[in-house]
Design a protein around this ligand. Sequence first.
Ligand SMILES: Nc1ncnc2c1ncn2[C@@H]1O[C@H](COP(=O)(O)OP(=O)(O)OP(=O)(O)O)[C@@H](O)[C@H]1O
Ligand SMILES: [Mg+2]
Length: 231
Amino acid sequence: MERVKTGVEGLDGMLDGGVPKGATFVVMGSFGTGKTTFGLQFLNQGLAQGEKGIYISLEEDQESILADAAAHAWDLKPYIDGQKLAVIKLEPNDAKSTIVRIKSELPDFIKGFGASRIVIDSISLLNMLFETDHERRTNMFNLSQMIKKVGVTCLMTAEVKDENPLASRDGLVEYVSDGVISLRYEEKHEKNELQLSLRIIKMRRTSHSRHITPYQITNKGIVVHEGVEML
Ligand SMILES: Nc1ncnc2c1ncn2[C@@H]1O[C@H](COP(=O)(O)OP(=O)(O)OP(=O)(O)O)[C@@H](O)[C@H]1O
Ligand SMILES: [Mg+2]
């Protein structure tokens, strides 16, 4: 099976080489756990290999996303200028017209752009555009079917439930996705610090690690300390 390298140091080994090509996977975690960083790192890896990528944002505009990337020394501007990277900002406050864009414009754009990687940051905000669970479910099903058909590998970020950091806020995306990676904080009172830990909860068609593995967010992006036990 062809695998797509995430570009996250230490993680591809835990995924038997990477995520299956064409898979849809979710990176979930609470605020500040590095979801956006992960998404940018995933796109940057593809761009550096000569692939095209699409970043769909519901929070930050293009300028802010480029600044996030620059904090990790990824210069994405040339890729935008060279039409290798497209940043699409969807407006979460204007549900009606955004839903129209998602249903009409977006599928054509994704089909036409020729991207091999796509990031949706975040699917939680996208889902909030819809009023009922039924609409959310239908939209997510249609979106993931369309992405699967195009054959693009898709990373979605998701916020988590306050009471359960292993479940997404709307509890839908983890079932629709081929893979779930959880990012979270662990309180280490004895060391007086918050440690970050990563878990691969599922990845279809992959013999993956189930270790709770420490990671750091550095100026080169996310570094997963594969093989290192949590202290
Ligand atoms: N250059 C850097 N070096 C080290 N750590 C950094 C650097 N840039 C950002 N960080 C860390 O990464 C965190 C932000 O990560 P990121 O924006 O990817 O998280 P997020 O999960 O997307 O958060 P949110 O839910 O708020 O969107 C910062 O709060 C900071 O702790
Ligand atoms: Mg973010």
